[in-house]
Design a protein around this ligand. Structure first.
Ligand code: ARG
Length: 253
């Protein structure tokens, strides 16, 4: 009996420690002010936050294809300029969107969409566009990216945080990522990032569409993962440098 109790006690302590570690802290990030990431927007469906996005000009926003795919345009809007997704500073509706023609909704390959807003954005310190990489601009593996968003702070906690959060995570090679995330397909159109220190920093549901920014340029758009913050998995982002010409074609930017 004593033995069973002891085993139980140890077990409870281990699971408590696990929950506690993951609790503090997107996953294990910190609260962020929109003034530090003024390109960040919340994409809303029926007035509820569903995804992030990044302002790339005074009328275009970049997000993940799966954020808008098959959604009715009249129910979509973006909220800009606020650190709180439920307390908008400004709401703008979407006039039309372009989902990448080669977007694959089962593998999330080419997970990218451009949103054209119904009215022009007035820039301010809390609302500004982010620069794009050049076509085929490379990113060394290990490059540290910043991702912000209002996504879940725990894989199991569906309730979203009220305030914007951000993390910094390094990219890893696609070879390594393909091994970690197998059997899911990791194509060259994707970039992976992973907290190598074991700190479980990662994006999660609700962060999709948000930018992965390195040296002030939008190199990635949050796309998918297996669970969130798992030690042996990596977060996957759309590789924006491969779509620079495609973006130019539709936006003239
Ligand atoms: N697909 C998710 C979304 O719709 C993003 C998931 C990112 N997951 C991860 N473990 N990095 O919000």
């Amino acid at each position: 009996m004593v033995k069973i109790c002891l085993i139980l006690l140890v077990f409870i302590q281990i699971s408590y420690g696990e929950v506690f570690k993951m609790k503090e802290k997107i996953i294990n990030g910190n609260q962020e002010n929109i003034l530090n990431v003024p390109y960040q927007v919340s994409i809303q469906y029926k007035s509820f936050h569903v995804c992030g996005g990044s302002i790339i000009s005074n009328q275009f926003v970049l997000t993940a294809a799966h954020c808008v795919y098959l959604r009715s345009i009249s129910e979509l809007s973006i909220s800009l300029g606020s650190s709180y997704h439920y307390l908008p500073n400004k709401i703008i509706k979407i006039h039309k969107f372009k989902v990448h023609d080669s977007y694959n909704s089962s593998t999330y390959d080419n997970d990218l969409a451009i949103l054209l807003l119904v009215s022009k954005i007035n820039f301010g310190p809390n609302i500004l566009p982010i620069s794009l990489p050049f076509q085929n601009e490379t990113l060394p593996s290990g490059a540290l990216g910043t991702v912000s968003g209002w996504g879940q702070t725990l894989e199991t906690m569906k309730r979203l945080p009220e305030k914007l959060r951000s993390i910094q995570i390094p990219t890893i090679s696609n070879e390594r990522c393909a091994i970690l995330n197998a059997p899911n397909l990791v194509t060259n159109n994707m970039i992976c990032a992973k907290d190598l220190s074991g700190g479980r920093r990662d994006t999660c549901q609700g962060d999709s569409g948000s930018g992965f920014v390195v040296n002030g340029k939008l190199f990635g758009v949050t796309s998918w993962g297996i669970g969130c913050g798992r030690l042996n998995k990596a977060g996957v982002y759309t590789r924006i440098s491969l779509y620079r010409d495609w973006i130019k074609l539709y936006t003239n930017i």
